[in-house]
Ligand binder design. Structure first.
Ligand code: HEM
Length: 492
């Protein structure tokens, strides 16, 4: 290489850098002014690195500090991308209604690839609407109501097993329950086909996949993403094998709709029936992707909320006593069976779960991407392509209804009664399941399984964590007790 070539290369690089800088200045400074809009305040952070580490280790504190300094809309870097963080409730709600318009869901590349193109998370526009339509009956009120007796039986089996051992890790126990709910009631695995070894194998495969959902998308041996892809393939094989088994069973005993009076119908059965009727064909790989997405979205979320409850309830004997009284009344009125009507009558349990979701929301926020330049309420300019983080957790916890409250009603206290007060009855911030076209499709299932779990526990068991004040890690998302919440449990 000659010296003149080197000089020429440097010149090209410099010109490119200058052009990029000019584009940046026009886009970030001149366009907003020309449009008469405000620039989103920029947090003083290192580019690329930005706030990712703090978001993962201490998100709540990070938001509080940034919002104090810059207001409820500010710009920072998250996961290597410039991102606008929005914490004002009305603006968050506004953004959630703009899906498939100004905004679209935006997951990191590794998550999209690992969940696959058939998943809800990775789909957008018409395709996304089609998938939701396909899933809707299975997750509707009647769809979930018919799962309740079976769910009650799973809860009872799990708890009597734990009680026979006398000691269990609360986190793993909650995960075991929600995993079985997904395997049996969503995926349609028959109980007899699920040995403990098989459940362990599925759980471990899923854990490997989940661990690499947020990784660098390099599909080469030695990289986490490659390991995640291998786990994904193993899961897809398991799921497809079960789908074939269900198809065979449907041929033998009729379709789900023929037998729905007799037994609980899994979501997979519903979906397979709907697919037969649908004009649009879906490959088995796409259906399997969709199911992996359900597992990812629906397993840890409910399990973590239940673990929070397991940790919190022993600190509030008055809440436990009131739950016990309510269960005694429900059993007296409705009988001992776990049914949809019985769950409806558990109004106190409902606010206990609601309060837990307020205090420790498992989904702290959701990512979106601007599909065009637009004006955010408040007069801020949002450029096309910018990543947006809608902070659900902050608005949930610091709802105006409890602002300035002290004592039990302070936003930091666990106080289910707040929801029964006059203020609590008013509409305010409650978005643990999101809103709009992307609102959690499994929210009824989640609420039902959490109610069934706590009701079964309160009715027939007593338990005590070995450390009532066990600290929690902030990572993974939603946090986990540092020693998995070791607890003694016995049947009463
Ligand atoms: C406590 C439990 C749960 C919480 C807090 C929760 C929360 C959420 C939130 C906030 C979203 C919105 C994501 C967004 O706007 O981008 C969501 C989406 C979703 N959830 Fe849940 N979820 C829970 C349980 C479940 C369960 C049990 C299932 C199903 C088995 C499920 C399946 C899904 C799916 C498939 C989506 C994607 C919807 C779409 O993109 O259209 N979730 N969830």
């Amino acid at each position: 290489m000659q010296l003149s070539d080197f000089g020429c290369g440097t010149a090209v690089l410099s010109i490119t850098a200058l052009v990029l800088l000019a584009i940046l200045i026009v886009r970030e400074y001149i366009v907003p002014v020309a449009k008469g809009l405000k620039r989103v305040p920029e947090a003083l952070v290192w580019p690329y690195r930005g706030d990712t580490q703090r978001l993962l280790s201490d998100g709540e504190q990070m938001y509080a500090q940034r919002m104090d300094k810059y207001g409820p809309v500010f710009s920072t870097w998250i996961l290597g991308r410039r991102s606008i963080v929005i914490g004002a409730l009305d603006t968050v709600k506004w953004c959630l209604t703009k899906e498939h318009g100004l905004l679209e869901a935006d997951w990191p590349a590794s998550t999209r690839l690992l969940l696959g193109k058939g998943s809800l998370a990775a789909s957008s526009g018409e395709r996304h609407l089609l998938l939701r339509k396909l899933l809707k009956p299975a997750f509707s009120l009647p769809g979930v109501a018919q799962m309740v007796p079976k769910m009650g039986a799973i809860a009872e089996q799990c708890m009597s097993k734990w009680a026979s051992k006398g000691r269990v890790q609360g986190l793993l126990a909650a995960k075991e329950f929600t995993f079985r709910v997904i395997l049996e009631l969503v995926f349609g695995f028959e109980e007899g086909r699920l040995s403990p070894e098989l459940v362990d194998h599925y759980t471990n495969t899923f854990i490997v996949l989940a661990e690499h959902l947020f990784s660098y998308p390099i599909n080469f041996p030695g990289f986490g993403f490659w390991t995640g892809m291998k786990a994904k393939k193993a899961l897809i094989d398991i799921i497809k094998d079960n789908m074939n088994y269900i198809r065979e069973r449907q041929k033998r005993v009729g379709t789900a709709s023929d037998v729905d009076q007799v037994r609980a119908i899994s979501c997979v059965e519903e979906i397979l029936v709907k697919l037969e009727e649908a004009e649009e064909q879906m490959s088995d790989d796409d259906v399997a992707d969709m199911l992996v997405n359900l597992l990812f979205a629906g397993h840890d979320t409910s399990a973590h909320t239940l673990t929070r409850l397991l940790a919190e309830l022993p600190r509030h004997p008055e809440v436990w006593d009131r739950l016990k009284r309510e269960q005694a009344e429900v059993v007296a009125e409705q009988g001992p069976e776990m049914s949809a009507d019985a769950l409806k009558a558990m109004t106190y349990l409902e606010v206990v779960i609601k309060e837990m979701q307020r205090l420790h929301p498992i989904v702290g926020g959701v990512f979106r991407k601007a599909t065009e330049d637009f004006e955010l309420p408040g007069g801020f300019y949002i450029p096309k392509g910018r990543q947006i983080f809608l902070n659900l957790g902050h608005s949930l916890k610091y709802d105006e209804r409890w602002a300035g409250e002290t004592g039990r009603l302070s936003p930091h206290c666990f106080c289910p009664e707040r929801w029964l007060s006059e203020e609590g009855q008013k509409t305010g911030a409650f978005l643990p399941f999101g809103a709009g076209l992307r609102m959690c499709i499994g929210f009824l299932l989640a609420q039902t399984e959490m109610k069934v779990f706590v009701a079964t526990l309160v009715r027939g068991y007593s338990y005590a964590p070995e450390d009532v004040n066990e600290p929690w890690n902030n990572w993974p998302f939603g946090g986990e007790p540092v020693h998995d919440l070791q607890m003694q449990i016995k049947k009463i």
